[in-house]
Design a protein around this ligand. Structure first.
Ligand code: 13P
Ligand code: SF4
Length: 325
């Protein structure tokens, strides 16, 4: 019993700057149970950068952006992967490591981008623009990936587009990411009207207000933000790239223009950096809780599977992306 308390106490030391002491007792019991269940079930937890700090810092084995979670999922040797993130991430993990049991703690953890487009839509685009390659953001269903030539994430979109060596591509479904990448690459991009419901809420005026209220602030934006936001930011990159920017450049004062938990998670390792927190919550990411992860491991729920015929084609698009350096 004494050992158990020490483990929870040690974990709290790590997150005490972002979790108030009053909230901690509500987490400690689930954390202990999850650590024990992971051992008993030979399971690992992969968590996205938008997960809350008690998940991100206290029970996860691997954390990162969509690209690194995909790469890491492929290497997992444990029997079970619990994906603390959204459904498309769990599906990608299953595609890349099909022999493992992949669980998502809440089946409703979707994504407005994934919802914005269907496999039929992609087939219609191909008919309309014959011969133009289809680059698909990983924030999509396996069915949409299966209709695509290659996938990309926010971390490698530019490299993926440039690897194709063509003047024109179809890039779906995130209109803003496509517009931001088009500006960087000079490639003509046909896009789709999908948006991230979290990042589309930011606008140019938010950044102007921020700069006025917090002089000297360094503004880092996710490329799912509208181009007008990226234009007036100091840097745009994936969640992992934003985190690396803070680690490497150590700005005195920084604003991460993205989902709310991101700042908390990065702040834990950077007590000397002032984080200004103008953020929006992702309701899908927030469906994942410690209690849900615990239940997932206790009851082996909710298992994510992909039909074999679909998986072959979707995997090809994801693997082509992973081959781009
Ligand atoms: P990255 O972590 O790949 O930058 O993506 C952010 C995102 O939208 C995940 O939902
Ligand atoms: Fe989808 Fe946006 Fe939420 Fe990411 S933050 S899961 S892109 S809705």
């Amino acid at each position: 019993m004494l050992v158990e308390q020490t483990r929870a106490e040690a974990l709290y030391e790590r997150v005490r700057t972002v979790i108030p002491p009053l909230e901690w007792p509500a987490f400690a019991d689930d954390i202990e149970a999850i650590l024990e269940l992971k051992r008993a079930r030979n399971a690992v937890i992969l968590a996205h950068n938008y997960q809350t700090p008690e998940i991100f810092h206290c029970v996860s084995d691997i954390v990162g952006d969509s690209l690194s979670l995909a790469r890491e999922a492929m290497e997992v040797e444990a029997d079970t992967i619990v994906l603390a993130g959204v459904h498309f991430m769990a599906e990608t993990a299953k595609l890349l490591n099909p022999g493992k049991t992949v669980l998502i703690p809440d089946e409703r953890a979707g994504c407005s981008l994934a919802e914005s487009i269907t496999a039929n839509d992609v087939r219609a685009l191909r008919e309309r623009y014959p011969g133009v390659p289809v680059v698909t953001y990983v924030n999509t269903s396996a069915a949409v990936k299966a209709e695509s030539d290659i996938c990309c994430t926010s971390g490698n979109a530019r490299a993926v587009i440039e690897s194709l060596g063509v003047p024109r591509v179809i890039m779906i479904p995130d209109e803003f990411l496509a517009q931001n990448v088009a500006r960087e690459t000079g490639v003509e991009i046909i896009t789709w009207k999908g948006h991230c419901e979290v990042h589309e809420l930011f606008d140019r005026a938010d950044i102007a207000e921020l700069r006025e209220a917090y002089p000297g602030v360094t503004v880092l934006a996710h490329p799912e933000c509208p181009p007008e936001v990226v234009e007036v930011s100091d840097f745009a990159g994936s969640t992992a790239a934003m985190s690396a920017y803070v680690s490497e450049r150590k700005p005195a004062r920084v604003a991460l223009i993205t989902e709310c938990s991101m700042s908390d998670n990065v702040a834990v390792d950077h007590p000397d950096v002032e984080f200004v927190r103008p953020c929006n919550l992702c309701p899908h990411m927030k469906r994942i809780t410690l209690a849900g992860i615990r239940k997932a491991l206790e009851e082996n729920r909710y298992e994510v599977t992909v039909a074999p015929e679909l998986a072959v084609r979707a995997r090809r698009a994801v693997e082509r992306m992973l081959a781009v350096r």
